[in-house]
Design a protein around this ligand. Sequence first.
Ligand code: BTN
Length: 319
Amino acid sequence: MKEKILKMLTNTQESVSGQQLSDSLGVSRTAVWKVINQLKAEGYQIEAVPNRGYKIIEYPDLITAEAVKSLLQTKIFGKEVRFYDEIDSTNMEARRHAEAHESHGMVILAEQQNAGKGRRGRNWVSPKGTGIWMSLILKPEFAPEKASMLTLLGALAGAEAIKDCTGLDCRIKWPNDLVVNGKKVCGILTEMSSEIDYIHYVIIGMGINVNADFFPDDICHVATSLKLEGKQNYMRNQIAAKILFYLEKHYEKFCNYGDLRDFVKEYNLLLINRGKEVKIIDSNHTFTGEALGIDSEGRLLVKDAAGQITEVMSGEVSV
Ligand code: BTN
């Protein structure tokens, strides 16, 4: 019921009367009043005007399952959200769920991760109250070799959601880092459990620095938060819900075609490396060239000094 009341109050600029809330939810006025008090205790500032009703005038800086769900515009993604105040890693928790039961579209969110994982075995610092630490479980029917493209869809959805919710010029650094003013605000770790020709599950884990006020000296030249760049706090629930909205939309299209043909143009427009000299670092070698953009398989096309174009499948790019 809390989620529904929150949804009704969030979806309008007008006051909503206690009677309207109790009629639409089929509960008593007292039950509505109790939920309003719970919301106030959680930090929502709710104005109660006699004869008009309730209106949220300020949202707390909290990320909760109810708040994210109240903002969702999806069919499947996030219909089930598990929220933890503290956890080792949302990706690890997502794996535990994915292995235990049917959980396609389930979202795991945490206020704090104590063992957050980054790409290539690195760790991901995930302090309390400042970021979105979120993992989505997918059980796709396509072949395992296509799964790496989901990471690029995650990056696209993340960049679009950040742009919509903050107005910041959020760009993608291939394959899946999001940057604002040249510094990283979001990283994505996609993990998969599969057989040679069958996917058990894929976990898309996203870490977004939203309202962090500072970064330690060793990373502040490369990492930033939306708040540091936009000079204001942003609603984490809203950003999380928007990411799920875009990601679900893109995922449906992707499943139809089995490649990124519908996203190449949009992705390349947001690609910070495009037209720039990049250094590709992968397990075998390092080389430089001009990044032309991605192709429909998500490979980065890089032109070297001799004009030869290499399709880069994986690796890290330094601009
Ligand atoms: C990177 O190295 O850039 C990827 C970072 C991914 C971090 C996110 S936070 C939510 C999810 N849970 C994890 O343990 N990692 C991902």
